[in-house]
Design a protein around this ligand. Structure first.
Ligand code: GAP
Length: 447
């Protein structure tokens, strides 16, 4: 983990938030390369969940969420961690962090009884703070998908099974944030709520577990470091009938990367108007102030029913950490010489190609390099940069370390016959290419 944290800071992937004032615990900022990597990961997810299918629509709902929503979703009552105080050293921790009933910091057994600590951040809405007009920063992106269920259904031509997907920030006032960006207080989720007919939920649950597991492997996660774990009934969230977690072997241990839950009709049932009409049999809350029927009518029987929902929910930040961990390697390249390489899949690399003029500030070389950069940029495969450092060796090393799949060198031969040299990050092989071949070669890398 230390190597990753150091690389992230040194090369501009991730910084401690509020650092110049000593930092704020559990918050991180993504730097110039981090934001590219994160965006690439989100784009890959969006593509596979929405563009590559025909049964999912996107959404970008508000982060501030009204109290009624989070009351009926069950979060006001149940979204808490058991908090314990150590009377000796004043350490605060989650009760599950101590297996032997002793303080994990000082070993004292003079501890308070665990008490529930709600993880939601509350804030005032509007200019008057009289204690009643508050909302929450959403603890998951899912709830506003449920509240928009009818809006999406009415404005598209979807029929079930179909899904609504969203990527966005979520906030949790974690008792013990830590392990770099693994457990933070502000993070991003990539969530899909996939609505299905009751009775078909278990089948779809299996489908999404397999699909999501395979997707992570496609992003570059090694099969040996990822596994599926059926969550024990006693550990299920209040809304879940069954959950399978995708666990990844993070530098600090095997932990959850994504959860795929069968949320049944709990959420739509909790937020809907007039549940009696649906004759539903789940244990959802009743008597909401909701104005909207969140159900579907069977056109043959005319009966209304509330769909079940399967929810694959992945953490963007945990994804970034897992992918960085997978990609990081140190190679011995000669005596006392180590090459650090970030072997990211090209579609995730923050910089897709670096175009390097052999001589710094040589106008002709720089202009030729700019032209190549602009041409590649137009292909729309991601960020291409002009690296006008003049030191080819150092540029190669820097780009190995940040995961740039290819470097393109522009030299005096380029000015004569337009050929360029391409250097591959992983093999370090170099070959000369004709400009006509370049675009095809480049596009092939991002296949
Ligand atoms: N809507 C369901 C839901 O929120 P969750 O298991 O609590 O389920 C889903 O969260 C994913 O969000 C987790 O698998 C994890 O990747 C990410 N996540 C949750 N809490 C996090 C935190 N404090 N910091 C970073 N990521 C977190």
């Amino acid at each position: 983990m230390d190597d990753l944290v150091s690389l992230c800071k040194r090369r501009g992937f991730i910084f401690q938030s509020n650092e110049i004032y000593g930092g704020l615990q559990g918050l991180y900022d993504y730097g110039p390369l981090g934001v590219e990597l994160k965006n690439n990961l989100k784009q890959a997810w969006w593509k596979s969940i929405i563009y590559d299918r025909d049964d999912v629509e996107g959404l970008d709902a508000s982060i501030l969420t009204g109290r009624e929503v989070l009351k009926h979703s069950g979060h006001e009552d149940t979204f808490s961690d058991p908090l314990v105080d150590c009377r000796s050293c004043k350490n605060r921790f989650r009760s599950d962090q101590s297996a032997d009933g002793k303080c994990p910091a000082c070993g004292s057994d003079d501890l308070t009884e665990p008490r529930p600590f709600n993880l939601m951040f509350k804030t005032t809405v509007g200019p008057v703070d009289d204690g009643s007009n508050y909302a929450y920063l959403r603890p998951e992106t899912a709830q506003q998908i449920f509240t928009n269920f009818k809006n999406v259904l009415d404005s598209t031509n979807k029929s079930i099974p179909f899904g609504v997907a969203q990527i966005g920030k979520a906030f949790r006032n974690e008792v013990t944030p830590g392990k770099f960006i693994f457990r933070v207080r502000e993070f991003e989720q990539m969530e899909l709520e996939f609505f299905v007919e009751p009775g078909q939920d278990e089948e779809w649950h299996k489908y999404w577990v397999e699909s999501r597991y395979n997707w992570w492997i496609e992003q570059g996660i090694d099969k040996d470091r990822i596994q599926k774990l059926e969550v024990d009934k006693s550990d299920l969230s209040h809304y879940s009938k069954a959950t399978v977690d995708i666990m990844y072997d993070f530098p600090h241990g095997l932990e959850e990367l994504e959860g795929i839950a069968n949320r049944t009709d709990f959420d739509l049932g909790s937020h809907t108007k007039n549940q009696e009409e649906y004759s539903i049999s789940s244990s959802v809350m009743k008597n909401t102030k909701s104005t909207t029927k969140l159900g579907i009518q069977n056109l043959e029987t005319k009966k209304w029913f509330i769909p079940y929902v399967i929810e694959p929910s992945a953490g963007v930040d945990r994804g970034v950490l897992a992918l960085l961990n997978e990609a990081y390697r140190e190679e011995n390249v000669g005596e006392n010489n180590t090459r650090i390489v970030l072997g990211l899949k090209p579609h995730l690399s923050p910089i897709k190609a670096a175009v390097i003029p052999l001589k710094r500030n040589n106008e002709e070389l720089v202009n030729a390099a700019k032209e190549i950069k602009n041409d590649l940029q137009k292909l729309g495969l991601g960020r291409v940069i002009l690296e006008n450092s003049g030191n080819i060796g150092k540029s190669y090393r820097r780009h190995d370390e940040i995961g740039t799949p290819i470097c393109i060198t522009v030299d005096f031969e380029t000015l004569e016959n337009k050929t360029i040299t391409i250097r591959d990050r992983d093999t370090m092989e170099q070959k000369r290419l004709d400009p006509q071949e370049l675009n095809k070669f480049y596009e092939k890398i991002f296949d």
